[in-house]
Design a protein around this ligand. Structure first.
Ligand SMILES: [Zn+2]
Length: 382
């Protein structure tokens, strides 16, 4: 058992001051107002660890390019420096063979109980060519029995998929949801009618709201209006101030509140390392400051980390801090059905982070185990 004296702690509902956080066997077993007899003082704000449901890479590696266990470890190490304590490694549209290798890597991680790897997100390949973004048009295809079997594997932890509802029927969505798959809609040019049928069939989320989806206009509400208007569904938001104007982020918050809005990174290999240029299909993805683009200028994922996403939501979208923290933890955990995560309450998993005044991550813990700190990571790199 270990006791921490948290100078400030946000439990998902309230900001508490000078409390004792007690952890045993990877779980939170007590939060009390008696900060005496503690093993360690956490001088800052303690929050639930961040849960990222869309992360393609980190630490110089991209999951698509090296779909293996070591990549997942590198990604987690890169992102845990920025507060991510649970992630759905995300595979962009690819061949069935790569999808299977990625699934096998995730299954291995789940079997080994690898810290922070809680499932997988297949973003594609059943998308709309018109809204494909950087996804390879040659690999975008309809859903066959082979992919259906893959999505319904029971050894992958939580499985999330992003599909375009004009490419996957409501019946198929119903089947997938029945088998435990979390279905999000995105990379789609669908009409609002098609989107609403998909929601009725069980689709429960939207992938990177505002990006790569049919827009909102007077006589054509499209996917954005359905996402903002339907109170059942969750929306992922890339709060890097590049993908989405902060004023639109604020609009999403006004419509969805924190309970249905979740911060995601959509990070490529560039997070947590000094990589600039990443080869991609027949082109490359280059970093310009915080922006990643293909040579033709198309935005190509992000260089965002969760700590910056929370900071941007709070400072630039004027979302109160507790809500911004929940949008990075409780809301994505609820969306993915990870009931043990996202909040600091007795009985929950001891995934927590220590933040300084600038909301930078000082340290993070998964199941009560402290992860490498930023300073330690920087030292080991140099
Ligand atoms: Zn995407």
């Amino acid at each position: 058992m270990r006791h921490y004296h948290a100078k400030q702690l946000f439990d998902g509902e309230h900001f508490l001051h000078d409390v004792r956080l007690s952890v045993s066997d990877g779980l939170i077993i007590g939060i009390s107002k008696q900060p005496q007899k503690t093993d360690e003082v956490l001088d800052g704000l303690v929050s639930a660890g961040y849960v990222d449901t869309q992360v393609n890479g980190g630490g110089g590696l991209l999951f698509n390019q090296q779909p293996q266990l070591s990549t997942l470890r590198t990604m987690l190490a890169a992102h845990s420096q920025f507060g991510t304590t649970a992630m759905l490694p995300t595979l962009i549209t690819d061949s069935l063979e790569v999808m299977q290798r990625a699934a096998d890597a995730v299954a291995e991680a789940v079997q080994l109980d690898e810290p922070g790897i809680v499932g997988v997100h297949f973003e594609g390949p059943h998308l709309s060519i018109a809204k494909r973004g950087i996804h390879a048009d040659t690999e975008i295809r309809s859903l066959s029995d082979a992919e259906l079997a893959l999505f319904c594997r029971q050894d992958l932890g939580k499985v999330m998929i992003t599909v375009a509802p004009e490419n996957v029927s409501p019946d198929l969505i119903r089947d997938l949801v029945k088998q435990g798959v979390v279905v999000a809609l995105g990379h789609s040019a669908a009409t609002v009618e098609t989107v609403l049928l998909a929601i009725e069939a069980g689709a429960s989320g939207f992938t990177h709201l505002f990006n790569a989806m049919s827009g909102l206009s007077a006589r054509d509400p499209g996917m954005i209006a359905a996402a903002l208007n339907d109170s059942r569904v969750y929306c992922g938001l890339i709060a890097d101030l590049i993908h989405v104007h902060p004023y639109n982020g604020r609009l999403a918050y006004r419509c969805k509140n924190w309970q249905r809005l979740m911060l995601v990174t959509d990070a490529m290999a560039h997070v947590g390392c000094d990589l600039d240029v990443l080869p991609w299909l027949d082109t490359q993805i280059t970093r310009h400051g915080n922006k990643l683009t293909l040579d033709n200028g198309t935005i190509a994922g992000s260089a965002l980390d969760m700590a910056s996403a929370v900071r941007n939501a709070h400072q630039h979208m004027h979302i109160e801090l507790g809500h911004a923290l929940n949008m990075a933890s409780l809301s994505p955990a609820a969306f993915a059905g990870l009931e043990q995560l996202g909040q600091l309450k007795v009985g929950k998993q001891a995934d927590f982070i220590l933040l300084d005044r600038q909301l930078s991550v000082v340290s993070s813990w998964i199941k009560g185990e402290q992860q490498m700190t930023q300073t330690a990571a920087a030292q080991s790199k140099g």
